[in-house]
Design a binder for this molecule. Structure first.
Ligand code: ATP
Ligand code: ATP
Ligand code: MG
Ligand code: MG
Ligand code: MG
Ligand code: MG
Ligand code: MG
Length: 267
């Protein structure tokens, strides 16, 4: 029964229920972070404090949304993976995306002073965009993750070389950009090594590969670090995969995390 003569406007709403039994990835990305990183004088090419803040915000998102099983982040982006069987918000894309984006943004701003105690946030405040995409098979989800990680690698190799030319080589940004145009990976490795004595392989893993957070779906009783208890602040787990532990950020290769995710749940 209609509540009012205005009720009909609901019929203008678009259906955006995502395909069942598919992995849902919500990727968020910082808006205008090229400017933001300059404004707050982030260490270039990689400000570790900012990466740790991204990881802290992502960890908070995973704690608040038990349907998330994996998150992968680098630079100003994070990809959050909802389990195939997730039914949160009846799998409505706009609800899932907006909840992830606003939860992430709220925690990013809330935790900022812990990571940048000397730098007060001023307007415009950091914000993020988001999108949801379904991946219909484990193999395609794996390729998605590899795509983001390869992007991290390519960008980081470029940025590391660019900033070496500028900071250590005393080049103007324009000139450094020109120097690098048309170069391939091996050229950049060579510039770093021969001109600046930098072996790219020795750069921190978190810069080269990004960060993975995952929920341990199959914790064993013999594991060295026991599943941490839920803290008082963490929400009740409304979904019943009772043994899922609280995710912790780490920079291990994705390949080591994904096989576990794809293991069949015990009957
Ligand atoms: P858009 O709104 O279209 O996303 P953007 O300026 O955010 O614009 P991106 O392609 O997302 O463009 O690039 C993010 C920028 O932020 C890059 O320049 C990247 O080097 C910088 N950045 C992100 N994280 C860090 C960090 N931890 N330390 C230093 N720079 C960072
Ligand atoms: P959902 O996550 O499904 O939106 P919800 O609890 O937020 O769940 P809503 O239908 O959005 O459900 O209802 C918002 C609730 O917050 C209502 O109970 C409303 O009365 C209360 N509320 C919102 N703003 C105020 C306010 N300014 N003062 C008092 N109560 C408020
Ligand atoms: Mg963007
Ligand atoms: Mg961005
Ligand atoms: Mg980005
Ligand atoms: Mg409401
Ligand atoms: Mg509400």
């Amino acid at each position: 029964m209609a509540n009012s003569k205005y009720e009909y406007v609901r019929s203008f709403e678009q259906q955006d229920v995502l395909l069942p039994e598919t992995w849902i990835v919500v990727r968020i990305d910082g808006r205008g972070f090229s400017k933001l990183t300059a404004k707050y004088k982030f260490v270039k090419p990689n400000d570790r404090r900012a990466l740790d803040l991204m990881n802290a915000a992502a960890e908070a998102v995973m704690k608040e949304l038990p349907d998330l099983v994996l998150a992968y982040g680098n630079s100003d982006e994070f990809s959050f993976v909802f389990h195939k069987d997730c039914n949160l918000f009846e799998r409505r894309a706009s609800k899932l995306t907006s909840t992830v984006v606003s939860t992430f943004t709220a925690h990013y701003v809330y935790r900022w002073p812990d990571y940048f105690p000397e730098t007060e946030l001023t307007l415009p405040l950091p914000s993020f965009d988001g999108r949801a995409v379904c991946y219909p098979s484990d193999a395609i989800l794996r390729d998605y993750m590899s795509w983001r990680q390869v992007d991290c690698h390519i960008n980081n190799l470029y940025n590391t070389t660019f900033w070496a030319l500028v900071q250590q080589g005393g080049m103007e940004p324009r000139a450094a950009e020109q120097e690098l145009s048309g170069t391939v990976s091996s050229d950049k490795n060579e510039i770093l090594f021969s001109r600046f004595g930098i072996n790219y392989n020795n750069e921190p893993e978190i810069f080269k590969k990004g960060s993975v957070l995952y929920r341990d779906l199959f914790p064993t009783s013999t594991q060295s670090s026991p599943v941490p208890p839920r803290t008082a602040q963490s929400p009740p787990l409304t979904h019943t995969r009772p043994q899922r532990s609280i995710p912790r950020p780490m920079s291990q290769p994705l390949e080591r995390t994904l096989p576990d995710l794809f293991r069949d749940s015990p009957a």
